[in-house]
Design a binder for this molecule. Structure first.
Ligand code: CP
Ligand code: NVA
Length: 307
């Protein structure tokens, strides 16, 4: 069973295959109407169930259009309006949804819930974000990086701000693809130690630094995310600790001249990033958001054994 709870579930070769397939499928439908299925309709007659225990714009909309473009059908379940929200167990939900759908995507808080869903489902389960990690986002990010002509091995990636779920999956990708991460994060907001150790064990550099300028020096990519993730308190002391890590034009100028700026979105303009950077010439955030569609298609194809 091909669950996709973290990038390592697929491994570097499969994620590389996802990126290649996404590039091919994206190129093949240039200029096409968005709802027209890909010519081969590889997932015709398939249903993707999506369970949301947290808000989403991109993940929800991109998986919806992705399964349609593959010839299949989306089924969206907001936890608040399902029996899951009234205490039906994850295990029973997994058993039932496996009878209706060919794959299940879940966005939830505790990563253990996604693992439990995978344990009891008889179809592939895809992590659409947990408090621990966000692997689907990173497939889209890697696709965006490659599209910008940057080879992944040896790349220098700077992260600024909170050591969150998105950074955890980026660090996992660094280990799989051989790139280095310098994360500028305040004391107490470091990324998950297991992801850091696993990447370092593969021989890449994962540096945790306390100075934003040091983090971006010589970077090929500058990446940030919200300082306050879903489910976290908008604590004044956290926002204050993050303030020196705001990505502004001066900080961006400390990276390489051809550095690219990425942000998974939603952005909190004026907090982790200023308008001049996110709307500036080095920003690729809208391509990154579009690439969620192309990435989800490859993830679904891999999970269903078609890649
Ligand atoms: N980047 C991302 O996952 O966005 P959503 O929260 O809108 O799905
Ligand atoms: N780190 C953010 C990502 C949102 C896509 C969160 O978990 O809220």
């Amino acid at each position: 069973m091909r669950h996709f709870l973290n990038l390592a579930d697929a491994g570097g070769d499969a994620v590389a295959a996802m990126i290649a397939d996404a590039l091919d499928r994206k190129a093949a439908r240039t200029g096409w109407p968005k709802a027209r299925p890909d010519a081969d309709r590889p997932l015709s007659d398939h249903v993707l169930a999506m369970v949301f225990e947290k808000n989403s714009t991109r993940t929800r909309a991109s998986f919806d259009i992705a399964i349609r473009q593959l010839g299949g059908v989306p089924m969206i379940l907001d936890a608040g309006t399902t029996q899951l929200g009234r205490g039906e167990t994850i295990a029973d939900t997994a058993r039932v949804l496996s009878r209706y759908a060919d794959a299940i995507m879940i966005r939830t808080d505790d990563h253990a819930k996604a693992e439990e869903l995978a344990e009891y489902a008889s179809v592939p389960v895809i992590n659409g974000l947990t408090d621990l990690s966000h692997p689907c986002q990173i497939v889209a990010d890697l696709l965006t990086i490659v599209e910008n002509g940057k080879a992944l091995p040896g790349l220098e990636l700077a992260w600024l701000g909170d050591g969150n779920n998105v950074l955890a999956s980026l660090i996992e990708a660094a280990g799989l693809f051989g790139f280095n991460v310098r994360a500028g994060v305040p004391q107490g907001y470091e990324p998950d130690a297991n992801f850091v150790a696993a990447a370092r064990a593969k021989g890449v550099r994962i540096d945790i630094v306390r100075d934003a300028r040091e983090a971006v020096a010589g970077a090929d990519l500058v990446v940030t995310d919200t300082w306050v993730s879903m489910g976290q308190d908008h604590a004044h002391n956290k926002v204050a600790a993050m303030a020196p890590f705001q990505v502004d034009e001066r900080l961006m100028a400390g990276a390489k001249d051809d550095a690219v700026f990425l942000h998974c979105l939603p952005a909190h303009r004026g907090e982790e990033v200023v308008d001049a950077v996110i709307d500036g010439a080095q920003s690729r955030v809208w391509d990154e958001a579009e690439n969620r569609v192309h990435a989800q298609k490859s993830i679904l194809l891999w999970a269903l054994g078609k890649l």
